[in-house]
Write a protein that binds this ligand. Structure first.
Ligand code: SAH
Length: 236
């Protein structure tokens, strides 16, 4: 029997009958539970449905090392090599929700890693610019995202704390590694009234997932939302 091949862009790369669909559905339920448990921090007990539907359609198993595929839909971070991780799905969902992405937006991401968060952004925005420090990770993410059919992502290798001046200003900026303080070069590349979402704090200590709003004059004020644990932002 021939398997029907889906043309739905949200199911890129998988023929119908994907064995992971059920696991993804369960993962969404777990994220919803955790959001309810952390409602005091988040100020909401549900996330943007567009964010949830992006997480429900992206094949996370394509983003983890082959030996970890059976863990791809656990609500936890996983090692991806080079001392780096793929973020916990709940954290990806919360950060994306906090960015308040609109369909016409251009978003900058610092820390491509395996490219999972990049794919989530690419489902919601018109264009995504993403910078990764480790060349091997950047190369693998580029190949993976191209194979999955994403055409609205631009990748670059380098120190993301300097941003991407030629493509600025951005409608949103997300940093997926912890900075000790807000990188000012990034604030300068953020449109007034739009958001940067980033963990602030030292490596191996508790950090605060925080929101910075563009267009601030004088000292930059970061609003802390949620305690988190990220790998450190390099360079800067
Ligand atoms: N966004 C990823 C999480 C990546 S982990 C996900 O979807 O799971 C954080 C990544 O940030 C690592 O790959 C690390 O190499 C990268 N990184 C750290 N400092 C950086 C910097 N200054 N510029 C760009 N990338 C950086």
């Amino acid at each position: 029997m021939l398997l029907p091949v889906t043309t739905d862009p949200r199911h890129r790369g998988h023929p119908d009958g994907c064995p992971y669909q059920e696991q993804r559905r369960r993962l969404l339920g777990e994220i919803e539970d955790e959001v309810r448990k952390t409602r005091e921090y988040l100020g909401t007990d549900t996330l943007d449905p567009r964010v949830m539907s992006a997480l429900g359609s992206i094949p996370r198993h394509e983003f983890v090392p082959e030996g970890s595929r059976h863990l791809a839909y656990e609500n936890s971070p996983l090692p991806i090599g080079h001392g780096q991780t793929i973020s916990q799905p709940y954290i990806v969902a919360v950060m994306t929700h906090l960015l308040e992405i609109r369909p016409d937006d251009a978003i900058l991401e610092i820390g491509t890693g395996c490219g999972y968060q990049t794919a989530v952004l690419a489902e919601l925005a018109t264009s995504v610019y993403s910078i990764e420090y480790v060349p091997e990770l950047a190369r693998d993410a580029a190949a993976r995202l191209a194979r999955l059919g994403y055409r609205n992502i631009e990748l670059r290798t380098g120190d993301g704390s300097l941003g991407w001046p030629e493509a600025a200003p951005f409608d949103g900026i997300i940093v997926t590694a912890a900075a000790q303080r807000v990188p000012l070069a990034l604030v300068a590349q953020l449109k007034a009234g739009r958001r940067m979402v980033l963990p602030i704090g030292r490596a191996r200590e508790e950090q605060e997932l925080s929101i910075v709003v563009g267009g601030q004059r004088g000292p930059v004020v970061a609003r802390p939302i949620l305690p988190v644990a990220f790998v450190p932002l390099k360079g800067g």
